[in-house]
Design a protein around this ligand. Sequence first.
Ligand code: MN
Length: 132
Amino acid sequence: MAEAGGALILIVEDNDENLKLARDVLQWSGYRTVEATTGEAAVARASEHLPDLILMDIQLPGGLDGIAAFQRIRRDGATAHIPVVAFTASVMTSDRERFTAAGFDGFMAKPINVREFPDQVRAFCERGRAAR
Ligand code: MN
């Protein structure tokens, strides 16, 4: 099992079921979580909580989609170092290339694989720490 060490994960997701599943799996694995359901809230939570990792849904309600929210987080010196992973149902190569080109640290597919998800999250957290 992942050794979460109480790392704090910001889950940005507007779908209730996806949000609940990610939250439950992460908390069960020893992570702490905070949540946002819009891009604006994601930017606010990131600077309030300075999470160890952000899982960013791309399609979000309101004025900021996941890419725009990600760009704000990267432009703010206080949050620029936080690894951000596109949390996406898209399996299209063109979309994944778009996320990589935008500067995301990676992507994780929805629906999540409950068994693999904690280890995937841990790997991204460790990569973020190593890069700092
Ligand atoms: Mn969405």
